[in-house]
Design a binder for this molecule. Structure first.
Ligand SMILES: [Zn+2]
Ligand SMILES: [Zn+2]
Length: 193
């Protein structure tokens, strides 16, 4: 299945903010961070704002941080994003995969340094109310947007589907109603904007 990216993300801003957080943690707070190798944006996280995944056990493990696409919404307050980035980065420290006393101690240090509230949970329920209302309104609009596009490989024929229908599921059994050509399926990918 091909991905059709319709709306661009604010990834450059995010890269900047990660640099800012890394500098505070490493230089200002002298916290030894783990080996972060990947940061991904997910639009499938229903509740959490971020998640840190340890790639393997053993010496010098690698970590991946996943952030909810909700954080890339332009109306998302920067403090919310930064607090999430700090929260997740601290999970890469030794003995900090949970929210135990070592993680809490570091989180307290960073809170003191930055003035941000680094809480033990990072859930969407904790977002500032105004931002939550904006998001909810956007989510309702998104439900009415198409999710799949079917296009003919020979002519201009194209059609959208909002959900998985028989043609989406069994595309190879269908041909273009205009010219009999082969059909191709695309998936729209939306980022809240
Ligand atoms: Zn956590
Ligand atoms: Zn056709």
């Amino acid at each position: 299945m091909n991905l059709k990216i319709l709306v661009y993300t604010e990834e450059e801003t995010l890269a900047h903010e990660f640099q800012e957080a890394l500098s505070v943690l490493v230089h200002d707070c002298q916290i030894p961070l783990g080996n972060l190798t990947k940061v991904t944006i997910s639009n499938r996280m229903s509740k959490a704002l971020g998640k840190t995944i340890k790639k393997y056990e053993g010496e010098n493990p690698e970590y991946e941080i996943r952030l909810s696409s909700v954080l890339l919404d332009p109306s998302c307050p920067k403090e919310v994003r930064m607090a999430t980035i700090y929260h997740e980065l601290l999970h890469t420290c030794d003995h900090c995969m949970n929210h135990g006393s070592e993680w809490q101690y570091l989180a307290f240090m960073v809170s003191q340094k930055t003035g941000l509230e680094i809480t033990r949970t990072r859930d969407q329920d904790e977002l500032p109310e105004e931002f939550r209302i904006t998001l909810a309104a956007k989510q309702i609009t998104m439900q009415s947007l198409p999710k799949y596009q079917i296009k003919c490989t020979k002519c201009d024929f194209q059609t959208d589907r909002k959900k998985i229908t028989s043609v989406v599921r069994n595309l190879d059994q269908y041909r273009c109603p205009e010219c009999g050509g082969e059909l191709k399926l695309y998936q729209y990918q939306y980022i809240y904007k």
